[in-house]
Design a protein around this ligand. Structure first.
Ligand SMILES: Cc1cc2nc3c(=O)[nH]c(=O)nc-3n(C[C@H](O)[C@H](O)[C@H](O)COP(=O)(O)O)c2cc1C
Length: 216
C-alpha cells in the first residue's frame, strides 16, 4: 500500500504537533512495507505538488488539528482547489486537538465524513484524539509519552487500510472528563489561568479587564 499523507496544519512543519504525531504514526504504518509521501499545506509552494499527488494516489490520509472547533481555514482553502475524484480513492483522517475530551472533536469528525464524499472519495474513517497541546513544548521522553501511542495506530491503519477497528475507536479516550476533573479544571481557569492571561494581556498593552464586554 502507498499512502499520500497531507499535514493540514497551518503551522510550519518544525512547530507542528501534527507533524510530530505523523512521525510516530508513520513509524508503525511502514513496518509491514507500506510506503508514503508527505506534504504540508502550510508550505504554499507545495500546493501544486499536493494537488498532483491527490489526483495520482488512491489512498489519501489527511492529518489535521482542530482549530476553533473546526478544520483550519488554510486547509479548507486548499481543499477548495480540488476537483472530486469519483474513482474509488479512499480517504481517511487523523483529527487531533489540544483539549482532551473526545466529544468536542465529533462535530469536526462529522464534517470530515461529508468532506470525503464531496471530494468523490470513499470515507475510511477518522482517528480522533485530543490532549495534544503540550507536544511542541515537550522534548525527548515527555514528548514520546504523548506521541508514542500513534505508532500502534499506524500499525492498525496499515493492516486494515482504515480506522474502523475497535482499537481505533478506543484510542480517543473519554468523551467527557470525570466530574471532579472538570471541577478542578474550571477552578484553575477562574484562578491561575485567569491571572496568567491577565498578565499576558497587560504585557501586550491591554488596559481593560480581560472579561470586558463592550457589546453586552
Ligand atoms: C488558533 C487555534 C485554535 C485552536 N482551537 C482549538 C479548539 O477549538 N479545540 C482544541 O481542543 N484545541 C484547539 N487548538 C489547539 C490545537 O488543536 C492543538 O494545539 C494542536 O495539537 C495543534 O496542532 P499543530 O501544531 O499541528 O497545528 C487551537 C490552536 C490554535 C492555534
Amino acid at each position: 500500500m502507498h499512502v499520500l499523507i497531507i499535514n493540514g496544519s497551518p503551522r510550519i512543519k518544525e512547530y507542528s504537533n501534527t507533524d510530530k504525531i505523523l512521525e510516530k504514526f508513520i513509524k508503525g504504518m511502514c513496518e509491514n512495507g507500506t510506503t508514503y509521501e508527505q506534504f504540508e499545506v502550510s508550505d504554499l509552494k507545495q500546493w501544486d505538488k499536493i494537488r498532483e499527488a491527490y489526483y495520482n494516489n488512491s489512498k489519501i490520509l489527511i492529518a489535521l488539528p482542530l482549530y476553533v472547533e473546526c478544520i483550519p481555514g488554510l486547509l479548507l482553502e486548499f481543499l477548495e482547489t480540488l476537483k472530486p475524484k469519483n474513482d474509488g480513492t479512499g480517504m481517511a483522517f487523523i483529527l487531533q486537538s489540544g483539549f482532551a475530551e473526545g466529544i468536542q472533536l465529533r462535530c469536526g469528525e462529522a464534517y470530515l465524513k461529508i468532506l470525503a464524499q464531496k471530494l468523490g472519495c470513499e470515507y475510511l474513517g477518522t482517528l480522533v484524539k485530543g490532549d495534544n497541546f503540550s507536544i511542541r513544548f515537550f522534548e525527548g521522553e515527555q514528548r514520546d509519552k504523548v506521541t508514542d501511542p500513534y505508532t500502534e495506530m499506524g500499525r492498525e491503519y496499515s493492516i486494515n487500510g482504515d480506522f474502523s477497528s475497535e482499537a481505533c475507536r478506543r484510542f480517543t479516550g473519554p468523551e467527557v472528563l470525570p466530574a471532579h476533573i472538570r471541577f478542578i479544571v474550571g477552578l484553575l481557569q477562574k484562578t491561575l489561568a485567569k491571572k496568567m492571561f491577565k498578565k499576558i494581556a497587560e504585557d501586550w498593552g491591554c488596559t481593560k479587564e480581560i472579561d470586558y464586554r463592550p457589546y453586552q
